[in-house]
Design a protein around this ligand. Structure first.
Ligand SMILES: *Cc1c(COP(=O)(O)O)cnc(C)c1O
Length: 413
């Protein structure tokens, strides 16, 4: 049971933030139309849901799905495969597919996401990294949470083959990039060096806006199917979309040189990937409405939130500064209690490989680790931030967030 106070806050928030919620419904409608128009132009049909096995040459479903992704994202070509084990794998496939020894990669958004650091191998060395293959690397630190536009010219050199731009905040307390930010960055990079490849890590960014990075100057981008574009239905996988020649290079890394994108059995997954993509604009909007509700409720309860409830959104993540380990653990317990799977379990902090502090996670998802499903996590270190993301339905997010607030309220009793 939720306290009278929380129920009262809930109705206040649903009224007060109606303009924000309506804005998301409008984005979802526009993106749904974009997907439907593309599905008609591509003539998606029942025949594309058939199963293939083995080499799977001429898998018409796989080909159609890739045509659809390319169209929706305004790109020339796509790779959409369940053979990508995660978003990191899709992103690494772009890097290893395009970069050659002696080429330089520059991250324009400071230190990249944790798992990308081992791929690159400079901030966090790992066998098999780009560094071991002789790829050079540089970083432009962000200034006040923004890309340092004035100094891009200092880091783009003759050797710079590619820049990486991370759209989402990941697990940092900066703001995600907006589409306008991405356009300004790619314009500047292409002005300085027209053949420099602008690569966007689009994880958590798909369908948050009505324009995607590949429609705003990015040459290639990649992401995970168990985040936004899988719509909560895709069982696993990743995607790459962009310029024809660049996606082709990536395809030789995914399979083998000479083979590229012509092989790869879709098994029984095609329908799930089409259906998930169709649902993705709606599900993404549901998740962001949940994030706004969380920001509004915890703002009201006196906590610092990033973004603030009324701030524009560039990804689906909501950070809340809880201030103590006890509250962080209680918050995650409340989320877990109102999950559809493993709701009887109590999350506990644990030593996750690769992380300096203990991490606590609440996730009761249908697809393991799916962060488009409602979930929360945070490291046990000051200021005890919890990162909240996903939600297949707004209703579930509301209930889970009330559950988290209730669990914190009960600590004081
Ligand atoms: C999720 C994410 C990735 C990839 O992570 P996976 O867990 O491998 O899918 C990369 N970059 C950012 C910003 C992300 O949010």
């Amino acid at each position: 049971m939720f306290s009278k106070q929380l129920i009262h806050y809930k109705s206040e928030i649903l009224t007060k933030y109606q303009p924000q919620f309506q804005r998301l419904d409008a984005i979802s409608e526009e993106n749904t139309l974009k997907v439907l128009d593309a599905m008609r132009e591509c003539r998606v049909s029942d025949a594309h849901f058939n199963t293939t096995t083995g080499y799977a040459y001429d898998d018409i479903g796989r080909g159609k799905l890739e045509e659809l992704y390319a169209k929706v994202f305004g790109a020339e070509r796509a790779l959409v495969r369940t053979q990508f084990v995660s978003g990191t794998h899709a992103l690494a496939t772009v890097l290893f597919g395009i970069l050659r020894p002696g080429d330089e990669l520059v991250s324009l958004t400071g230190k990249p996401y944790d798992t990308m650091q081992t791929v690159i191998g400079y901030d966090n060395p790992s066998p098999g990294s780009l560094k071991e293959f002789g790829v050079l690397y540089n970083e432009l630190p962000m200034v006040d949470g923004k890309v340092d536009m004035e100094h891009i010219k200092d880091v783009i050199t003759l050797k710079t083959k590619m820049v990486e731009i991370q759209r989402s905040r990941g697990y940092s307390m900066r703001n995600p990039l907006t589409i306008d930010d991405i356009r300004a960055i790619t314009d500047e990079v292409h002005r300085l060096k027209p053949d420099c490849v602008c690569f966007v890590d689009n994880c958590y960014g798909e369908f948050v806006d009505t324009v995607e990075p590949t429609q705003a100057g990015a040459d290639i981008m990649a992401g995970s199917l168990i985040k936004n574009p899988g719509g909560g239905i895709a069982p696993t996988g990743g995607y790459i979309v962009g310029r024809d020649d660049l996606v082709e290079l990536a395809s030789y890394r995914l399979t083998a040189p000479g083979m590229g994108d012509e092989l790869g059995a879709s098994l029984s997954n095609n329908r799930l990937l089409f259906q998930g993509f169709f649902l993705a604009p709606h599900v993404t909007a549901q998740a962001i409405k949940g994030a706004i509700f969380a920001a509004a409720l915890f703002d009201k309860l006196g906590y610092k939130t990033l973004p603030l409830p009324t701030a524009p959104r560039g990804d689906i993540i909501q950070a809340i500064e809880l201030g103590s380990a006890e509250k962080l653990i209680a918050f995650c317990g409340g989320i877990q209690k109102y999950s559809p799977v493993d709701s009887f379990a109590a999350p506990e902090p644990w030593d996750m490989p690769g992380y300096a502090d203990k991490i606590i996670m609440a996730a009761g998802t249908f697809v393991q680790g799916a962060s488009i499903e409602f979930s929360a996590d945070g490291p046990l270190r000051a200021p005890y931030n919890v990162y909240l993301q996903g939600g297949l339905t707004f209703e579930h997010a509301i209930i889970g967030i009330l559950g988290a607030a209730q669990a914190i309220e009960e600590l004081g009793k």
